[in-house]
Write a protein that binds this ligand. Structure first.
Ligand code: 13P
Ligand code: SF4
Length: 339
């Protein structure tokens, strides 16, 4: 019996629906960086990245920011392609805001526990139960959920927007109960809360953080508002990713305990190279709980592939896009003064 090796790359196989093997050879190291830069030029693309992305992606991005800043950048870009290095709801918001651009996301599995746990149908039911309420929804949700909302907020503009809502209307806040509770305390507004949370920020352990503070009495605890109330109550400062970065850069303290996803430390070290940055402890040392598993699905290799093949692409049906656009545009209008 004769044996033959099939050279798939050379064989004249039909390639419809498949990628040729040759095309999947992905450059590595410096060559990968250069290949992404070449694709960016060739396709007139812009790379937008969130602070929780892997360091190499943060370094190659044209713009690095929090959810609000990234949404604005996506709306305003004149590039033909937006390579969105973040999670799905962020790339979807970019498409909602700038529908004529091609928006690609390195990995479509880059989801979010908050977005996954809330649906448009769920919000419709809440509205039926509280017909006079306004629905304020955190941007960490999918397009259907946005379409059922009266206003969208991000962690950096939520307080300003909630304060601007008519005092005689009850507020339904979805999907993050921790952010909702924090906002309710800050603004004095009663809120009907959706029962959702971020799996990353919920993993911080108040007991262990209290111990860290006792060990480092000169450190300040700073936390993202998706953390649980017990952690937020202990914190010296609570804010969005960009607010946390600014705080560490400008505050007089030299030591900080950071209760948010650890990807932010990459940019924090750049902005405050001489300060001591201590990641807050999670309840279980055996897990990488302070890493957002979804954010870290994106890699440089997948970024290269998505730019090369212009896939996976975010597609959104026009009627839904227009419904979801309305509360996002209102948010952008109400938070014009927020950087
Ligand atoms: P920021 O808008 O503060 O960057 O938060 C996004 C997010 O998903 C935090 O978990
Ligand atoms: Fe979602 Fe939490 Fe990941 Fe942010 S850190 S994207 S809220 S799962």
């Amino acid at each position: 019996m004769s044996t033959e090796t099939l050279d798939i790359a050379k064989a004249n196989l039909p390639v419809r629906g498949f990628l040729k093997v040759d095309d999947l050879l992905i450059p590595q190291g410096e060559e990968l960086v250069q290949a992404i830069l070449d694709l960016k030029k060739e396709k007139n693309a812009v790379i937008l990245a969130h602070y929780y992305q892997p360091p190499a992606i943060q370094d190659i991005a044209d713009f690095l920011g929090d959810s609000l800043q990234l949404a604005r950048q996506a709306r305003d870009t004149d590039a033909d392609m937006i390579a969105f290095c973040g999670v799905h709801f962020m790339a979807e918001a970019a498409k909602i805001l700038n529908p004529t651009k091609k928006v690609v996301l390195p990995d479509t599995q880059a989801g979010c526990s908050l977005a996954d746990g809330c649906s448009g149908e769920g919000l419709r039911k809440m509205r039926e139960q509280h017909p006079d309420a306004l629905i304020a929804t955190y941007i960490n949700c999918n397009a259907e959920t946005k379409a059922e909302s009266d206003i969208i907020v991000t962690s950096s503009n939520a307080e300003t927007i909630i304060k601007s809502l008519p005092a005689d209307r009850p507020i339904i806040f979805a999907p993050d109960k921790n952010l909702g509770r924090f906002l309710s305390k800050k603004t004095g507004r009663d809120m009907i809360l959706w029962d959702g949370s971020c799996i990353v920020h919920e993993a911080f352990s108040m007991e262990r953080i209290a111990q860290q503070l006792a060990e480092h009495p000169d450190a300040k605890l700073i936390a993202h508002p998706e953390s649980e109330s017990a952690v937020l109550d202990l914190a010296h400062f609570v804010g969005s990713t960009s607010a946390l970065l600014n705080f560490v850069e400008k505050d007089d303290s030299q030591k900080f305990i950071i209760a948010t996803e650890e990807g932010i430390l990459h940019e924090m070290k750049k902005r405050a190279p001489h300060k001591e940055l201590i990641p807050a402890l999670v309840f279980d040392d055996t897990c990488n709980c302070s890493e957002c598993f979804y954010m870290k699905r994106n890699t440089m290799e997948k970024l290269y592939l998505c730019m090369k093949y212009e896939l996976p692409e975010i597609i959104i049906e026009e009627e839904l896009r227009l419904k979801a656009l309305k509360p996002i545009e209102e948010m952008l209008e109400l938070s014009k003064t927020i950087k």
